[in-house]
Design a binder for this molecule. Structure first.
Ligand code: FAD
Length: 488
């Protein structure tokens, strides 16, 4: 049997393993840490359960697809519910908005809360859909780096309608054209953070992101976000994929135009092909020391990182839901701090995720498990221990201003992730959440392809390569890799 070696058991590594096993390979995954899932990990602390990384689950059909590939019913392995309420938004002046999952209700309620015209909001959402329909098959579902991608009907259609994509304006400029109320502009600007970018820099085409959320919906997995990686891990084990945990890969061995195996802490393994799910920056710097380096790609600006407090809160807050946003009063300056000054802004936008709203056993009775996150710059050597103290003060102040409560006395347990923890625990270069940022309109083309141009049988998947970061795109990267490889 031909052997496929996969470096890293992140979500894309596990998905690639299952797809290659189905293609007839004998697949082994090598994972440096003691667990699978990479950023999709969780902890238990003092009676609370916390998902450590992703909290928002969109496009669940990409997970289902992996079970159906084996002709199995996804729901026997992995279950999720669709959310009726997408997110609760709060501002310091007391404005509150609950984003309804029903688009028609969203339009009516947003028009009322923000004093906007319903038709305007409707037009905006329709334009977003058009952008997605024009570009998804080109930018997301195929390799951008193969000539045949460009000779399709879809691509010609996209090229003739380029003017509709708002490539030369930033997202904020597009949103300001539609809406008068700065709060609604801010609400739609926030979608730039879904790929770790700035709405004041990322191209207007990114207004297709709200379409993904509003059209396809948002979901919550039974058992928490961790179940996404764990259900796939169990399924992979059942299908014969071999997991080597606590096994750090130190080198990819090459011979001429091919790679022939890997060197790990636990010995050397031969393979007929290698897929790296490790951050592409570190794949080149640490595992491919003799290879030609795509420097322009490796030097791309990284996406933002995050500073997260996981707090056990000994009180229940009925005004909060699964996803909650407490907005900064000065969004523009906040992004200037994240991407230009690379420092913490004193008035950050605070995101609070509470899974005990969906799964009460995630917290003791009468309490809630708060995942409290702010977007921060990637790690450029800042003093994160000092910034952690500053961030906690700023977050508590924001919560008090928006919710009218000082929660500092309610915190009964605390855990924290900084960009350094994210970098150390998942080997993400500079602790970025989504690989390279999308602050330039060329970002999609500069992102590393899913294959190596030097070694015929070396492939790449995961959030740092095409088509980008976030669970759905990582799963698509695994699909593109599998499509590039003939059956064993
Ligand atoms: P990763 O999760 O990056 O895993 C890579 C794996 O490779 C790790 O397990 C690592 O240990 C292993 N590895 C690295 N080097 C080696 C080596 N030398 N040898 C062996 N193994 C190695 N996405 C969403 O869709 N929704 C969200 O709400 C969301 N929020 C996020 C919040 C946070 C705080 C973070 C950190 C991320 C968030 N993301 C979100 C992004 C999402 O988590 C990632 O895009 C995705 O999980 C990355 O998966 P991956 O396959 O690239 O692998």
């Amino acid at each position: 049997k031909q052997r496929a070696l996969i470096i890293g058991a992140g979500i894309a590594g596990i998905a690639a393993a299952l797809r290659l096993q189905k293609k007839g390979f004998q697949v082994a995954i090598f994972e440096a840490s003691p667990h699978t899932g990479g950023k999709l990990h969780a902890i238990q602390q003092d009676g609370y359960r916390f998902d450590l990384g992703p909290s928002l689950f969109t496009m669940p059909h990409f997970v289902d697809e992996i079970f159906t590939l084996y002709n199995e019913k996804p729901e026997t392995h992995f279950e999720y519910i669709k959310k009726n309420r997408v997110c609760n938004y709060f501002w310091e002046d007391g404005t509150q908005f609950q984003a309804n999952a029903q688009v028609d209700d969203f339009i009516v309620e947003a028009a009322k809360t923000f004093g906007e015209n319903e038709e305007n909001i409707k037009n905006y959402l329709e334009r977003n859909k058009e952008k997605y329909d024009l570009t998804a098959s080109l930018f997301l579902e195929r390799s951008l780096h193969q000539a045949k991608t460009y000779f399709t009907k879809d691509t010609f259609k996209a090229i003739t309608q380029l003017y509709k994509l708002n490539l030369s304006e930033n997202l904020n400029a597009v949103n300001e054209k539609y809406f008068k109320n700065p709060k609604l502009v801010q609400l739609f600007n926030r979608f730039a953070t879904y790929n770790g970018s700035s709405p004041y820099k990322t191209p207007g085409i990114m207004s297709m992101i709200p379409h993904l959320e509003m059209h396809f919906g948002t979901f919550y997995p039974k058992g928490g976000m961790h179940e996404i990686s764990q259900s796939l891990t169990r399924f992979a084990e059942e299908k014969g994929v071999r997991f080597h945990l606590n096994t750090k890969v130190n080198n990819i061995i090459s011979s001429g135009e091919k790679v022939v195996g890997i060197e790990t802490d636990q010995g050397t393994f031969d393979g007929d092909l290698v897929v790296s799910n490790m951050d592409v920056f570190n794949s080149y710097r640490n595992l491919l020391k003799d290879a030609k380096k795509p420097e322009k790609t490796l030097q791309q600006e990284r996406s933002s990182s995050a500073l997260i407090f996981y707090w056990g809160i000994k009180k229940e807050f009925p005004e909060l839901d699964l996803h909650n946003i407490l907005f900064s009063e000065d969004y523009k300056t906040e992004f200037d701090y994240i991407f230009n000054k690379k420092e913490l802004f004193e008035d950050p936008t605070v995101y609070i995720n509470i899974t005990s709203k969906e799964t009460p056993t995630d917290a003791p009775k009468g309490a809630e498990n708060w995942f409290v996150m702010i977007n921060v710059p990637a790690n450029y050597g800042q003093d994160w221990e000092k910034l952690k103290v500053k961030a906690k003060i700023a977050i508590l102040k924001k919560i008090e201003k928006c919710l009218g409560v000082d929660v500092s006395h309610l915190i009964e347990t605390e855990y924290c992730w900084t960009p350094v923890s994210i970098e150390n625990e998942t080997s993400s270069h500079r602790g970025s959440l989504y690989g390279a940022s999308s602050n330039s309109k060329w970002a999609a083309f500069l992102r590393h392809p899913n294959f190596s141009s030097q070694y015929k049988n070396l492939y790449f998947c995961g959030g740092s390569v095409h088509p980008g970061g976030g669970i759905p795109l990582c799963l698509l990267s695994a699909k593109i890799v599998a499509d590039l490889i003939p059956n064993a």
